[in-house]
Design a protein around this ligand. Structure first.
Ligand SMILES: C[C@@](CO)(OP(=O)(O)O)[C@H](O)COP(=O)(O)OP(=O)(O)OC[C@H]1O[C@@H](n2ccc(N)nc2=O)[C@H](O)[C@@H]1O
Ligand SMILES: Nc1ncnc2c1ncn2[C@@H]1O[C@H](COP(=O)(O)OP(=O)(O)O)[C@@H](O)[C@H]1O
Length: 293
């Protein structure tokens, strides 16, 4: 059920799902965070956020996954409070979130919502902050928030704060599948048991000319969190297997720290058939077809 817009004057921001097509963990830093290298894309599937003038800060959450979340410790409110503090304002806002993405699922729903809140309130409160300034503020909310500010394909390094542009082939399409079991990011990193970070870096890939070239590069760059995630949630093997066997699927892999997995397609007709087949075979799983933005 779509959320009702709170106010005709409300500012609307999309919060697209973040997908880590690759996620290499380079090592654990002294502060416990991990240096990583990840090719990140955004999908035409996601949450939606509205911000309207209001007294104090208020958040209503609606949509299919609203019940998985409480309003009080929501990243949207955390983002709003942090922005007030950083910009030195105490102007209020009435916020509404349509929660369409599964929670704690490796597709950055919370980070995308926080980024959408920063963008929306920057406009509502006429703060005039640049994307880079919003990304800097976002870093304090979560490692994935900076990349969600622009919500554009990027090669992400550091702990998530360093972003380089990438040129990907046109017409990338994803099958997204979540078996409705949450996985906490910190637990998956812990299960990986990475060694100390030794200072090495990875460079963004050169522009890809063809889909084949891109698929070959992806095959050589893994998601290092997939094995530990499977050890915590063995059902992931079923999810990956069910995606892999779909005709037209070039790659089946987990996104982020899981548990959402994706299949990469270049043929939308075959993708539509795959999503229909899976939704029918596994009615309890969350299955979506989404093009890469
Ligand atoms: C793994 C990734 C890959 O994009 O995605 P998700 O699975 O969350 O979607 C991200 O790095 C997650 O970013 P985000 O979800 O914002 O993480 P945070 O809230 O900052 O951190 C949650 C926990 O994850 C671990 N963490 C996170 C990022 C990082 N580079 N190293 C870490 O070790 C830490 O244990 C931290 O306490
Ligand atoms: N708006 C929000 N959407 C999703 N999760 C949120 C939100 N606000 C707070 N959280 C909390 O943040 C945690 C990470 O959520 P999420 O970003 O969906 O995970 P992931 O980055 O692994 O996809 C969850 O445990 C959830 O309770």
């Amino acid at each position: 059920m779509p959320a009702a817009v709170p106010d005709p004057a409300a500012i609307e921001e999309a919060a697209p799902a973040k997908i880590n097509l690759t996620l290499e963990i380079l090592g654990r830093r002294a502060d416990g965070y991990h240096e990583l290298a990840s090719l990140v894309v955004f999908a035409e599937a996601g949450d939606r956020l509205w911000a309207a003038p209001g007294e104090g800060l208020r958040l209503d959450v609606e949509g299919p996954f609203a019940r998985s979340l409480s309003s009080e410790d929501n990243l949207v409110l955390k983002a709003a409070k942090l922005l007030q503090e950083k910009a030195g304002v105490n102007t209020g806002a009435a916020l509404k979130l349509e929660k369409n993405l599964p929670v704690a699922s490796g597709i950055g729903g919370g980070s995308a919502d926080a980024a959408a809140a920063l963008r929306a309130l920057n406009r509502l409160w006429a703060l005039g902050l640049s994307g880079d300034e919003l990304a800097g503020i976002g870093t304090e909310l979560g490692a994935d928030v900076p990349v969600c500010i622009e919500s554009r394909s990027a090669f992400m390094t550091g702990i998530g704060e360093r972003l380089s542009p990438v040129t990907l082939p046109e017409g990338l399409n994803l099958l997204l599948v979540n078996c409705r079991a949450p996985l906490a990011t910190g637990d998956v990193f812990k299960a990986l048991g990475a060694g100390a970070y030794d200072g090495r870096r990875q460079e963004a890939p050169e522009p890809f000319d063809t889909f084949r070239e891109f698929a070959d590069w992806l095959a050589e760059h893994d998601n290092d969190l997939q094995v530990p995630a499977v050890s915590l949630l063995p059902e992931l093997e079923d999810v990956l297997g069910a995606i892999r066997v779909q005709p037209g699927c070039h790659l089946a892999r987990m996104s982020g720290s899981g548990a959402t997995c994706f299949g990469l397609f270049d043929d939308t007709g075959r993708l539509e058939k795959a999503v229909a087949r899976l939704a029918d075979a596994r009615p309890n799983w969350w299955c979506r077809a989404a093009s890469v933005l």
